[in-house]
Design a protein around this ligand. Structure first.
Ligand SMILES: CC(C)(COP(=O)(O)OP(=O)(O)OC[C@H]1O[C@@H](n2cnc3c(N)ncnc32)[C@H](O)[C@@H]1O)[C@@H](O)C(=O)NCCC(=O)NCCS
Ligand SMILES: Nc1ncnc2c1ncn2[C@@H]1O[C@H](COP(=O)(O)OP(=O)(O)OP(=O)(O)O)[C@@H](O)[C@H]1O
Length: 201
């Protein structure tokens, strides 16, 4: 039987860093942000639907999605974000379950589902275990500003558009504390991998 491990956290708390370490150890990862990018490729059904609702201002000259433009629209307006989710979530869900079923057929023991909206969109209902990668608010804001070049307001808006990390930590089976160095993060992930290797998760 395949165990589905949900991996989530807040924006920029370190989900991708953790999922990369798990992938490097041989565990398959379904990356929801990657799935989204495929579904929003030029001329895709997803991008067509987005353009119909948000207008051609969200497109680059080469007809690809201008992610920054769409991000600025939706993260400053809850109603627009809800519209984006309504368009994208059914497509994302379908593709994620297609991939999960594929792994189940191959009887892969553990599959990781790395999804920022794991709780908000109830992917947790299908997960056997949920891991939350967390930092404190100040570190989250700093890492997000540094990585994306956002202002403090832009960073705070994106953080506020998600369920609070405190709530996610309460709902988690395992919390990975990513307030320290990347080395400290690696050590915690190594512990998790050890348990998976020994079939103890
Ligand atoms: C708004 C978009 C174009 C911004 O693109 P951008 O390249 O700047 O960000 P990217 O996609 O890499 O996402 C970065 C992070 O933003 C946060 N985020 C993305 N979408 C959302 C959302 N709908 N609600 C809350 N936070 C979100 C997540 O923490 C994510 O890891 C893009 O994020 C998008 O289309 N989002 C909707 C798809 C979605 O719901 N994704 C979550 C899948 S579970
Ligand atoms: N322990 C750490 N120390 C310093 N920087 C870190 C640490 N962990 C992650 N980072 C950096 O913080 C940023 C966010 O990490 P990462 O991209 O893994 O987060 P994420 O949760 O996947 O983000 P998103 O929600 O945007 O997809 C990256 O620039 C990453 O290199």
């Amino acid at each position: 039987m395949t165990k589905l491990i949900g991996l989530t956290g807040g924006i920029a708390t370190g989900k991708s860093t953790v999922s990369t370490l798990l992938r490097l150890s041989g565990y398959p990862v379904i990356d929801a942000d990657q799935v989204v990018r495929q579904l929003q490729a030029a001329h895709s059904k997803g991008l067509e639907r987005l353009t119909a609702v948000f207008g051609s201002g969200i497109l680059n000259a080469d007809q690809t999605l201008n992610r920054q433009a769409l991000g600025s629209l939706v993260f400053s307006d809850q109603a627009k974000l809800a519209k984006l989710n309504m368009i994208m979530q059914p497509l994302i869900r379908e593709e994620i379950w297609r991939q999960v079923k594929n792994y189940q057929k191959q009887q892969i023991p553990y599959v990781i589902l790395d999804a920022p909206l794991l709780f908000e969109e109830h992917y947790t209902d299908e997960c056997d275990l949920v891991v939350v990668v967390a930092t404190n608010h100040q570190i989250q804001v700093q890492r997000l500003m540094k990585r994306n070049g956002y202002s403090q307001t832009e960073a705070e808006q994106r953080i506020d558009s998600q369920m609070s990390l405190e709530k996610k930590k309460q709902l988690a089976d395992i919390v990975i504390d990513n307030n320290g160095s990347k080395e400290e993060l690696k050590r915690q992930v190594a512990g998790l991998i050890d348990q998976m290797h020994n079939n103890k998760l």
